[in-house]
Write a protein that binds this ligand. Structure first.
Ligand code: AMP
Ligand code: MG
Length: 300
């Protein structure tokens, strides 16, 4: 766990223009002062992230979020009151103080209040909004533990160890530009959840949402069942169909618990250097949409 002294030191690193990896409830983030272009550039460099992929800015409150945007429609207010702190990122027209590098040159910015005590203390003590993508090399598996971050970056960045991420996959991203709700990236808060709390909606892909993303090094296949497995000492990740005689991992048959385990299981199997990882496709129902999205991208 993380001591007060560690958080104070990390906050000083952020204020000084450095990077800190920190836990959130979704995945671990690689953070920098969102108002300092040179600090944010270090994130892109360390991750090998293309400049076309915008970052999410993390804040501690609605008030702090409102300082980063030029519009705060009533829909944003409703959703923030309902879901923050939590795994919902809202994209709104950006304030001039945010350097262009943060938003990949877009006139909009993604903001959210994470629901993790360490993240909230870090942002609070830094006294600054923190821009942070997931703390992994670009395109790779997102980290859900401090160990995953250390494997990716070694001692190039200090990691605050807040234990395993509780949600386990990236936040839901919605645009609210013009007061209209558009799903940009599915997450564990579903479009259905948001529609109940807000206005009618549509869906289009976010910039930086590459078809191949969240990939382990080992080739990953999404399969319907045991009959479609290739030969060789691969691993089978299943939720419904047991019976594989080789390396297999049983996943929870319920989406929230499945999401919380997914990246951890893939990181672990990836360390085993097998010829393939086959994942049994999850159900085609809305509550599994975010998990299906990540698995499709991981399968490239
Ligand atoms: P990551 O922090 O690695 O999960 O990536 C952040 C993701 O948030 C990006 O890949 C985009 O999909 C989305 N995002 C952030 N800012 C914006 C924005 N201004 N407009 C649209 N999507 C955004
Ligand atoms: Mg990422």
């Amino acid at each position: 766990m993380v001591s007060e002294a560690e958080i104070a030191r990390a906050a000083a690193v952020i204020r000084g223009g450095g990077l800190i990896a920190f836990p959130t409830e979704t995945v671990y983030g690689l953070g920098a002062n969102a108002l300092d272009a040179a600090a944010v550039a270090k994130i892109f460099e360390l991750k090998g992230r293309p400049a076309s992929s915008p970052l999410i800015i993390h804040v501690t409150s609605i008030e702090m979020a409102r300082n980063l945007v030029t519009e705060w429609p009533s829909e944003a207010d409703q959703l923030a009151r309902r879901y923050w702190p939590g795994p919902l990122t809202m994209v709104l027209p950006k304030a001039a103080a945010i350097p262009d590098i943060v938003t990949a040159g877009l006139p909009t910015v993604g903001v959210r209040v994470p629901s993790h005590p360490v993240a909230l203390k870090l942002i609070g003590q830094a006294g600054l909004p923190i821009a942070a993508p997931s703390a992994n090399r670009f395109g790779g598996l997102s980290p859900t533990t401090a160990e995953h971050v250390r494997r990716a970056f070694g001692d190039r960045v200090e990691v605050l160890d807040g234990g395993p991420a509780g949600i386990g996959i990236e936040s839901t991203v919605v645009s609210l530009a013009g007061g209209k709700l558009t799903l940009l990236r599915p997450g564990m808060i579903s479009l259905g959840d948001l529609e109940q709390a807000s206005v009618p909606s549509g869906s289009h892909p976010s910039p930086g949402m590459h078809p191949r993303h969240y990939c382990p090094r080992t080739p990953l296949l999404l399969v319907g069942g045991l009959q479609s497995l290739p030969d060789g000492p691969g691993a089978f990740v299943w939720w419904n169909t047991p019976g594989f005689r080789g390396r297999s991992v049983r996943m929870p048959p319920e989406p929230a618990a499945y999401a919380a385990r997914l990246y951890g299981v893939l990181h672990e199997l990836d360390q085993e250097n097998r010829p393939w990882i086959a994942v049994e496709a999850p159900p085609e129902t809305p509550e599994w949409a975010a998990i299906r999205d990540r698995l499709r991208r991981a399968a490239g």
